[in-house]
Design a protein around this ligand. Structure first.
Ligand code: MG
Length: 301
């Protein structure tokens, strides 16, 4: 048995300044739980930030878990958190690792961040609010494809030279549309990658697209859980993996898998608070990741 640590938790609610449109409807409030572990060495926090429509536990499952844990936990309790509670696994192991290592706070400002642009024509003007940004993400599959391709061509001509653009379809295109889009982006070097062009149901088709086109492709919805990440790799995916670490389980397990297989990853936000974000950024710094992290989202609060 490891040392007993004092365990506390507190749930929070944060409202977005502007509600977020997701493929699952409008999202207005981020709910989560800040946990803390205390030893003689100090206190360390972790964040449970569930995203149930992306495959994690629900807020009430997470709360129930915290309530039954009691007032103290040890390393075995943490290692024993079941796989259906991936956000709890991430929060408690992150906090525990921080406490165990007692490492000094790292500088997190040497990472590149990716900024989210609004869908449609608004992207043409709103990028100017983030002049220093080197990478933008633009949601597609929202308006008719022909319209979006026209806006894309304009956007590429007005963005500063060297700026990278990620196109995120959230699985919203059909095969024909994806091919049409990729035949355009194959000629646009500013497009860093196209994210989740087709639904996760169409894994084989996405794999095929990645072999037929030069535009790099990224999986996001297809790799919502650690198991799905492993499976996509086993089925031959060698493109980019978007990793929402805060809902993917134990950080050590994520790190080991990514490193062992030299995965090309983009660490991405689930709209955590600073506590969860720092834990994910700590992980990002330990991984080989030449790509900007998907955390340019602070302005939503
Ligand atoms: Mg995405």
């Amino acid at each position: 048995m490891g040392n007993k640590l004092k365990f506390k938790f507190d749930n929070y609610q944060r409202h977005f300044q502007q509600p977020l449109r997701t493929s699952h409807g409008v999202w207005r409030t981020r709910e989560g739980i800040i946990i803390s572990l205390e030893s003689e060495a100090g206190i360390s926090q972790g964040e449970i930030a569930p995203l149930p429509w992306f495959g994690s536990e629900t807020m009430s499952q997470a709360l129930e878990f915290c309530q039954q844990l009691g007032k103290t936990v040890d390393s075995e309790d943490i290692a024993g958190i079941p796989d259906y509670l991936p956000a709890c696994q991430f929060a408690l192991e992150s906090a525990w690792l921080n406490l165990a290592k007692n490492k000094p706070k790292r500088q997190l400002d040497n990472l590149d961040y990716c900024y989210l642009l609004p869908a449609g024509k608004k992207a043409l003007t709103s990028w100017q609010d983030y002049q220093a940004a080197t990478t933008f993400k633009w949601k597609i599959g929202v308006f008719p494809l022909a319209t979006e391709i026209e806006i894309l061509k304009q956007l590429i001509t007005i963005l500063p030279t060297g700026t990278k653009l990620r196109l995120d379809a959230n699985g919203g295109l059909n095969l024909q549309q994806a091919k049409e889009l990729l035949s355009v982006t194959d000629r646009l070097t500013a497009v860093e990658f196209v994210e989740q062009p087709l639904s996760p149901k169409n894994f084989t088709e996405i794999l095929q697209l990645s072999r037929e086109h030069t535009t790099p492709l990224a999986l996001d919805e297809s790799v919502a859980s650690f198991k799905q990440l492993q499976l996509a790799y086993e089925r031959g995916w060698r493109g980019i993996f978007v990793i929402k670490a805060a809902i993917m389980g134990f950080p050590r397990k994520i790190k080991q898998f990514c490193q062992a297989n030299s995965l090309d990853v983009v660490l991405s936000s689930v709209f955590e608070t600073k506590v969860g974000r720092n834990a994910v950024l700590n992980l990002a710094q330990e991984l080989y990741h030449p790509r900007a992290v998907g955390f340019g989202v602070q302005y939503f609060y």
